[in-house]
Design a protein around this ligand. Structure first.
Ligand code: FAD
Length: 303
């Protein structure tokens, strides 16, 4: 019987903390990896100004993102890793290999694949308490610089990045009007006493397309059913996140991709696994562990 053949030992999708840790671990075990990244290495970290709970001297996301880039550059120099800039559009596990489809039409094969695509922004169309035109796509708060928040600024949702953003920009004295549905109430404890936050409890909001030259209008229904319309200068998205699942992975009821649901040749690591383990240190640990488990898994034949 012919030995199975594939392009590389390990395919990794996503070059965040989990994906890079997987590639580093694979290299230390003499495995070759190909890392597919849609944006840039450490994309999310580049936008996190203040980091907490990360061992080492990392207090800012861009520092850690640069370190991850250097890790991958070092692996590439010694021929242990290839980095491909593309978006992965599908994954499949087969009897003797795993396969990825990329948005540029390429297909990559490996002995196994680690999916480490993290989470991505929830959009207004994903939540039932907002009605908005299809073209309405507000910028995420956590990617916004204070200078980009012009005039009267509304924040859609009370998810936790708001607290991080306020801590990172303690020098900013701008008032933020936070449109908060009942489902976000429990997340607002850390910001409710911040004098820059004006919480607006809502049950539903409707966003209306601006007519020529005017601003967006938001029609707010409060928790007692009373309605009010506001004209908005700036509106930013703080709705939270959803798993960046790839077609071909198996999702649980919340859309996450826990490892135990996947094909034996498709492993998952980092934030994509669950809403409960979303930290840098757990992402790194799970990425490294996934690569190590592949090394020890005799049931998956090598070429
Ligand atoms: C505002 C904010 C502050 C945070 N602060 C902290 C903190 O202080 N301490 C802490 O421990 N954690 C913090 N976190 C959480 C931390 O950022 C995540 O837990 C960690 O980044 C998850 O790592 P990951 O590798 O699983 O995913 P990510 O870092 O999200 O990386 C996923 C990568 O996959 C890429 N990707 C996605 N889809 C595809 C695709 N289809 N094809 C190819 N590539 C794809 C993305 O571009 C990205 O580079 C914070 C998060 C946010 C949003």
């Amino acid at each position: 019987m012919n030995a199975p053949s594939y392009d590389t030992d390990l395919l990794v999708v996503g070059a965040g903390p989990a994906g890079v840790a997987a590639a580093v671990m694979a290299a230390s075990l003499d495995m070759r990896s190909t890392v597919v990244e849609a944006e840039r290495v450490g994309e999310k970290l580049h936008r996190i100004d203040a980091l907490e709970n990360v061992p080492g001297a990392w207090s800012a996301g861009p520092q850690l993102a640069d370190a991850l880039s250097q890790d991958l550059a070092r692996l590439q120099q010694v021929g242990r890793c290839t980095v491909v800039k593309a978006r992965c559009t599908a994954v499949a596990g087969h009897k003797d290999h795993a396969e990825l489809e990329l948005n540029d039409g390429r297909k990559l094969t490996g002995r196994a694949v680690i999916i480490a695509t993290g989470v991505t922004e929830l959009l207004p169309a994903d939540v039932s308490w907002i009605s908005a035109p299809n073209e309405f796509s507000p910028a995420p708060l956590w990617r916004s610089t204070p200078g980009s928040l012009a005039g009267r600024t509304y924040v859609l949702g009370g998810d936790r990045p708001l607290g991080t953003w306020l801590r990172a920009h303690f020098e900013i004295h701008k008032q933020l009007y936070v449109l908060c549905p009942p489902s976000d109430d429990y997340k607002t404890a850390e910001i409710v006493h911040d004098e820059r936050v004006h919480l607006v409890p809502v049950s539903h909001i409707a966003i209306e397309t601006p007519s020529y030259g005017s601003a967006w209008t938001v029609r707010v229904k409060d928790r007692r059913g009373a309605e009010k319309a506001y004209s908005i200068d700036t509106l930013v998205n703080n709705l939270g996140t959803k798993p960046a699942a790839i077609p071909g992975t198996h999702q649980d009821q919340d859309g996450y991709c826990p490892p135990h649901l996947q094909h034996p040749r498709v492993l998952t690591a980092g934030d994509i696994r669950s809403g409960r383990f979303q930290r840098i240190i757990t992402s790194q640990g799970s990425g490294a562990e996934a690569a190590l488990s592949l090394y020890y898994d005799r049931a998956l034949p090598r070429s």
